[in-house]
Each structure stands twice: as structure tokens, then as C-alpha cells.
Ligand binder design. Sequence first.
Ligand code: PLP
Length: 404
Amino acid sequence: MAFDAEVIRAEFPILGRQVNGRPLVYLDSAASAQKPRAVIEAMTRAMEHSYANVHRGLHTLANETTEAYEGARSKIAAFIGAEAPEIVFTKGATEAINLVASGLGAALRPGDEILLSEMEHHANIVPWHFLRERQGVVLKFTPVTDDGRLDMEAFKELLSERTRVVALTHMSNVLGTVNPVAELTRLAHEAGAIVLLDGCQAVVHRAIDVKALDADFYVFSGHKLYGPTGIGALYGKSERLASLRPYQGGGEMIGKVTLEEITYADPPHRFEAGTPPILEAIGLGAAIDWLGGLDRAAVAEHEHGLYTHVRERLNGANWLRVLGEAPGKGAILSFTVDGAHAHDVAQILDKYGVAVRAGTHCAEPLMRRFGLTSSARASFALYNTHEEADAFVDALTKTQAFFA
Ligand code: PLP
């Protein structure tokens, strides 16, 4: 299957717009990706044609909507090599990690250790800090090397018989580093720890097989995967989900409720209290169907080509500092410009129609590791073109001139 970014981008209505009188160059997809017509139309179609609350109805619309909602679960499961009952719908990766941390917390004791890394997003730090504050568990952080790799030797040393949970990102949202998660999971399991992988960025750029990775939990958000906001997925091995304490209480997650006691539904519904994000689940299912029609290896090659093109063109720029040069890294360029605050860089780039992110990228410990308070970040997606990559480099070069 050939891949042509020009053809693909025509499926994204928003990419045709102008910003500040220039064609939009959207390089903020690692924060949230734009949506193809297939997703927009699937959600609109559901609202216009077949919509009701799920699971509880005995009428046609309720049954059709339930089928669409549960169908989306099956699509997500197939997408990452799981079974449908192993997929819990959540609001996003953040909620998924909170759900797991809260559920596992019941079994953790003061002094138990949780091993993370310095390159985690706050979503994979703060929920574990809750357990530190509330229950006295000890957090350990695997250091990051100067070129942005996870320090494997340090990881092995930090693992111990006290390590109960290892929670790591599959791909860094700042450095673009792709961690050797199968190997890390194997080592963690050997030490007897439960493994959670944050697949928010990785799932967008590579095929995921949770069974091959052998992770106990794998989480991601829909909105970075060309789907809508408000929906994400938690994969959990059946036995892990079954032993997890419920996260929220309410309708749909129970077996029986009396004034004296309650029983719980089986996973995944045990973790989906209340009316779920039905339309969003349908939208994510449509995004996955849409991605299924693409040659994902060709997409990855295209994205990598954009990154290397930009990197090569900026090679001689002695005013540029790039964060993360790990071999095999993904198409994310985090950088600082000498003498300029990252926010100013982003605002000037915006005048040229170029959208990049600036700030801590919800990774303050990582920023601190590199002696920074902020950086700018250009992230490349399947709909970006070489022309846009050039527009970015040209705009960045002009931006730098303001500060020279
Ligand atoms: N983990 C990583 C690596 C991310 O990049 C993000 C979002 O930027 C998150 C977790 C949190 O995702 P969300 O805000 O969709 O829950």
C-alpha cells in the first residue's frame, strides 16, 4: 500500500484553514491530533441516526447503540492484540493510570516501591505520588542519559524485591525516545513487579501487540490517535483487572445493590461507572477503522522522513539545542533557541502559521533533568508534508533572527 500525505490530508477538513493569513502548519499532534472526516462523520451519523443510552434499554436504538459501543471495544482490542473484555473505556490515559494506581493502592504497604522514570508525563507520576502521600509507598525514578535514553543499568539496579509496580512510558512525549519496553517488562516481571506501560505516544506511531509486550496494563488516549477527546483505553490482563479494586461507583458497574451490600459486575464494566462516553467510543472505533486502511509501516517511514529532513536542515544551527537524540527515536523535535524563551518562539512561529507546543510538556522532572524550565516542541503526524517541514524550518530560522 502506498502512502501519500497529500491525499491523506485532504481527509482532514481543519488542515485547509489559514492562521494569521498563512496556511496552517500543524505540528502539535503529540498534544492532540486533528480528526479525519471518517471520525467526524461516524459521530455525527450516530447522533443523527442511532443514539440512546447503552446497555439498559430494550428498544431498538438502545440496542443499536450498545452494539456500536461494544463494537468499538472489540476494534480497540484487535488493534492492540487484546480481547474485548480486557479493554476498559476511560476518559483518557490519565484516567486509566489513576484507575490502576487507585486499584493497586489497596494492596500496597508503606515501604513498597514503585519504579518510574525521569521521562514520564505527569499522568504517570502524580497518581503514584498520591500513593506516596497517602500510603507511604516509595517512588524511585530511573535516570535518563544525556542523549535521552532510559539508563538500563540504573533501571536494573533500582529494581528490587521491594518493587511492586513498574510504570514507564513506551515513547517519550518530549524526547521521542522509544523505550525497550518488552525487555523492561521482562526484567520487572523477573523481580516480581506489576508493569504498566503508558502507550499514549507509541500507539500512534507503531503497531502494538500487548501480548508480545507482556505488560500487565497498557494505556492510551483516543485524541492523539486521530479520535475524539474524552475517550481512552486501559488494557489489563484479565486476571489483573479481576483483582483490581473498583475505581468509581455508580450505575452499570454493579452486579446487585441492596441497602446492606453490593456486588460488582465483571471487568471491564466494573470499571465503567455511569453513562460512558458513548459517542466518543464510537469515534475512536472509527479512527481505528480508518487507521486500519493505511500502511502503518509506510506512515511511520513518512513521519521519520519528516523528522530527519528537519533535523538535517537544522544541523548547522548553532543556536539550537535539541532534547533527545536516542537511536530509533520517534518524530518529535523538542528544542530551545539560544536567548529566547520557548513561549516567545511558539508565539512568533504562530505568526507564520506554524503551531508548535511550548512549556514543560507536563514533564517537569524531565525539564529539570536537562536544566530547563521549558522547551518548544514540533511533533510530526501522518498528515504533515515535506513542504510543511520546510515551512517550519524557514519560520524557525526567521524567528531565531529576532533573538540573535
Ligand atoms: N502520557 C503521555 C506520554 C502523553 O503524551 C500524554 C499526553 O500528552 C499523557 C500521558 C496524558 O494523556 P491525556 O491527557 O490524554 O490523558
